[in-house]
Design a protein around this ligand. Structure first.
Ligand SMILES: Cc1cc2nc3c(=O)[nH]c(=O)nc-3n(C[C@H](O)[C@H](O)[C@H](O)COP(=O)(O)O)c2cc1C
Length: 200
């Protein structure tokens, strides 16, 4: 049993993104075309909590996930609507070697700290098996939580289309996450979303 848990921990740690000492990470351009027909993806959308601990998320898939959530589409518009165009949400990628903020306008990741904040999201056992961890925060009450909902739903639909498992989660230590990221007082942590390839 212990050996099995150790194997999962080692495999997961190896597969989670680390990205060396860089402070910014360029991402491949998002695909913007293809995938499952929209109506089929909506019909098949569901939460899944089983993750293949041996398969990482490649950079193209990561880029597509971040872009569908909070990127810039054609005509310079975000992939999601925001109340009065406020764009008052943030999207972070949590990795064992640091927290990265996704800048959707430049489609890049910027390192905001060197902390491993994934354990603050691990109130359910399956979380540690996921290779990708997103954290959504918003700036104030002016529609921020609705914007986060639009973003995670886009990710759900993308995951359905690509055959990825995903589940959005509120069962996380929001106060500690806010403190550790150093979010300003008027910001709040909303949800975590874990993503990975389904276990066989
Ligand atoms: C705001 C929000 C918070 C959620 N928090 C959790 C959570 O902490 N843990 C979890 O396992 N699932 C969580 N879920 C997923 C729901 O349990 C799931 O969406 C629900 O059971 C319906 O299943 P479905 O998504 O497959 O339709 C959350 C969903 C939402 C929308």
């Amino acid at each position: 049993m212990f050996k099995h848990i150790l194997k999962i921990c080692i495999a997961t740690a190896t597969l989670l993104p680390c990205w060396g000492n860089a402070l910014t990470k360029e991402l491949p351009a998002p695909a913007m075309t293809g995938g499952m027909p929209l109506m089929e993806a909506i019909a098949k959308r569901h939460s899944a909590r089983d993750f293949d601990t041996t398969r990482a998320i490649d950079d193209q898939t990561l880029a597509d996930i971040l872009w569908v959530a909070w990127g810039k589409g054609l005509h310079g518009k975000r992939t999601i609507p925001t109340s009065r165009g406020l764009q008052n949400m943030q999207l972070f990628v949590l990795t064992p070697t640091g927290t990265w903020e996704y800048d959707g306008m430049t489609h890049t990741l910027r390192k905001v700290n060197k902390k491993n904040l994934i354990p603050l999201c691990e109130r359910q056992d399956f979380v540690k098996n996921a290779p990708l961890h997103l954290l959504y925060t918003c700036m104030d009450d002016r529609g921020g939580e609705c914007h986060v909902g639009s973003a995670y739903q886009n990710v759900y639909l993308y995951c359905t289309s690509r055959g990825l498992s995903t589940v959005v989660r509120a069962m996380i230590d929001k106060d500690a996450l806010k403190r550790e990221i150093g979010l300003p007082e008027n910001h709040k942590v909303i949800v975590h979303q874990c993503i990975g390839w389904p276990a066989e």
